[in-house]
Design a protein around this ligand. Structure first.
Ligand code: ZN
Length: 236
């Protein structure tokens, strides 16, 4: 009953233009839960190195935490990066190490700030044709509280955590109880739910950081979709 109610809400919200959902293609033989998620290693212009997790949400676009693309110690952007999809130890299915454009919403000039720790990448190639991609949704406070969400991050390759209810911290942040198991490497990973009958996962937030007791994720907001479309993201 609740699912039907939520589906109805989704349809109504879509009709009202409140939620943006892109419909993804499925990857060849794996669920995009994992195939559309990349582990990546970056080198920033300051010389620092980092690794993180990102998720394809269009054929040519990825979303991740901003601090995976901008060094929050020196506020310098990414110089080079290599993306590995479906990495399992040293094996991976698809990789990319060419050029790309990105947009970061974070300003790290005064150090790390978490509220706008989100960024997207526009690739010059349709990487999503190989990996599939997530649908994505700008959820209202009420809707997101009802979802049973999952998160995937790259500490190895496992789904780290399931939870029944998130807490809405603000228009930009959700949180849930978590421990320090949430280390760097997971950051930028998708926080998503699945609808009965839908073959693809729906991304609602990007995991960004944790305290000793809670994990925090930056919500996907409609302005991010608008900016991505302006910059050439292909939402089919
Ligand atoms: Zn640095």
């Amino acid at each position: 009953m609740m699912k039907r109610f939520l589906s109805l809400l989704l349809v109504l919200a879509l009709a009202a233009g409140l939620i943006t959902v892109s419909v993804p293609a499925l990857a060849a033989d794996n669920s995009p839960d994992t195939s559309a998620v990349a582990y990546f290693e970056v080198k920033f212009h300051c010389g620092c190195t980092w690794n993180g997790t990102g998720t394809m949400i269009a054929t040519n676009a990825m979303i991740t935490a901003a601090h995976n693309l901008v060094c929050y110690t020196h506020n310098r952007g990414v110089n080079t990066a290599t993306f590995y999809f479906e990495r399992d130890n040293r094996k991976y299915r698809t990789s990319y190490n060419g050029k790309f454009n990105y947009h970061s919403y974070a300003d790290f000039s005064r150090g790390y700030e978490s509220d706008d720790d989100i960024a997207y990448i526009i690739f010059p190639k349709d990487i999503g044709s190989n990996t599939g991609w997530y649908a994505s949704s700008a959820e209202s406070d009420d809707d997101i509280k009802w979802e049973f969400c999952h998160m995937i991050g790259y500490n190895g390759y496992k789904r780290l955590y399931d939870w029944e209810q998130v807490e809405v911290e603000s228009s930009k942040l959700i949180s849930w109880p978590a421990s320090r198991e949430y280390r760097e490497g997971n950051q930028g990973g998708p926080v998503y739910y699945r609808y009965e009958g839908l073959e693809y996962p729906v991304l609602v937030a990007v995991y960004i950081t944790c305290s000793n007791t809670r994990a925090y994720a930056r919500r996907i907001t409609n302005n991010i979709y608008s900016d991505m479309e302006r910059d050439g993201a292909k939402f089919n």
